[in-house]
Design a protein around this ligand. Structure first.
Ligand SMILES: *Cc1c(COP(=O)(O)O)cnc(C)c1O
Length: 374
């Protein structure tokens, strides 16, 4: 009999499945890498900003040294723009790091962590990694967060509830919560429960959808705001994001993070990208146009899709539970990588990241051809 190695709650975790790398798909289907279109991981189709590349080149000469453990310069820039002191900011190895730090700081065995069904895949991972129990709350009819039901779940959980994850906009559904809905939620969740507001796609919100989350951080000591440089800022490969919370909570996150959790190149690139408003604006406009391009095509194909506040859109490609996997496979053969979301409990849907106009067009062309064959 072989010895069983590893903790039970770790063995129970379903590993994260990401968008498939271009090289892998090229090898498997015998395709030319340069012709493959990847619309699978909500990356910025413009790539990394030139300003960030230049900053990295400068920082490269110092890579023999450890990074600044406290991210002094980047925190200065964030602090000034956000209007919070530097000791309210935690830098993360991607905002994924912030989500995990939050779980590790406040939840353990016997505790419960609450989030919406069809929300970001890292919430169950972070929850299970600390041995806590995930409470998945049924979404609204349009697949968004049902905050009233989430509040009920928090109350029903009583003292066991330690953490709530709320994504706005949510991935993979693209759903959006108004400022009023979030504020009402923040005001009614008990003070012993920490709320992470995950704003990985915040920069893509339309002007009339925007709100001041920092004002809430100042009011609610049990709130963590999480933001990313991976999406709108085009730095996904560098792994950098940040959290904002009042000092007692920030102090907890700081105690458990790796001392050098954010590398020097990422810090340098983030400083440049954060100040590159032209790049952000260009990406925003490209995203708006791409969303229109995709949704018009879905309309003309008679496909159902969810209204998206992010840089991706969820489209229903069939009525049976194999539809997502089936169409995804056909798209791969055409050299188009999108994201099947069966692991999110949405097997009839595909999530399409919004790309460059020609990338969107290649996807639409392939989808049309595939659906005509079905
Ligand atoms: C992509 C994503 C993140 C994490 O991104 P990082 O690359 O780790 O910063 C966090 N939350 C949501 C909802 C996301 O979609």
């Amino acid at each position: 009999m072989s010895a069983r190695i590893g903790l039970k709650h770790i063995q129970a975790i379903a590993p994260y499945v990401g968008g498939r790398p271009i090289g892998e798909v090229a090898r498997e289907y015998g395709l030319d890498e340069s012709k493959i279109v990847k619309l699978a991981s909500n990356e910025n189709p413009l790539g990394i900003p030139q300003s960030a590349k230049e900053a990295m080149l400068k920082a490269a000469s110092d890579l023999g040294r450890y990074p600044d453990s406290n991210g002094f310069e980047l925190k200065q820039v964030l602090s000034t723009r956000l209007g919070v002191p530097v000791d309210w900011i935690t830098l993360g190895n991607g905002s994924n790091d912030i989500l995990e730090l939050a779980a590790r700081a406040v939840a353990q065995f016997g505790d419960e962590v609450i989030f919406s069904r069809h929300a970001f895949a890292v919430y169950p991972l972070a929850t299970q990694a600390v041995g806590a129990k995930a409470i998945e709350v049924a979404p609204t009819a349009t697949y968004g967060h049902d905050l009233a039901a989430m509040l009920q779940a928090v109350k029903a959980s009583g003292d066991k509830a330690k953490l709530v994850f709320v994504a706005n906009p949510n991935n993979p559904t693209g759903s959006y919560l108004s400022a009023k809905e979030i504020e009402d939620f923040l005001m009614t969740v008990p003070a012993h429960v920490v709320i992470v507001l995950d704003e990985a796609y915040n920069e893509y919100l339309a002007p009339e959808q925007r709100y001041d989350a920092i004002a809430w951080i100042k009011r609610f000591p049990n709130m963590i705001l999480s933001r990313s440089f991976s999406k709108a800022y085009g730095l996904a490969g560098l792994r950098i994001g940040y959290g904002v919370a009042q000092p007692p909570l920030t102090d907890l996150l700081n105690r458990i993070r790796q001392p050098f959790n954010v590398n020097s190149l990422a810090q340098a690139a983030a400083i440049a990208a954060f100040q590159d408003s032209a790049f952000l604006q260009q990406g925003f406009e490209l995203n708006r146009a791409g969303l229109t391009q995709l949704t018009q095509a879905f309309d003309s194909l008679g496909l159902t899709y969810l209204p998206s506040a992010g840089n991706f859109v969820l489209v229903k490609v069939g009525d049976d539970d194999q539809a997502g996997a089936r169409i995804n496979l056909e798209l791969l053969k055409h050299g188009i990588i999108v994201r099947p979301v069966g692991n999110y409990g949405l097997p009839q849907w595909l999530r399409i990241s919004i790309g460059l106009p020609e990338e969107n067009a290649a996807f639409i062309g392939a989808l049309k051809a595939i659906l005509a064959q079905q």
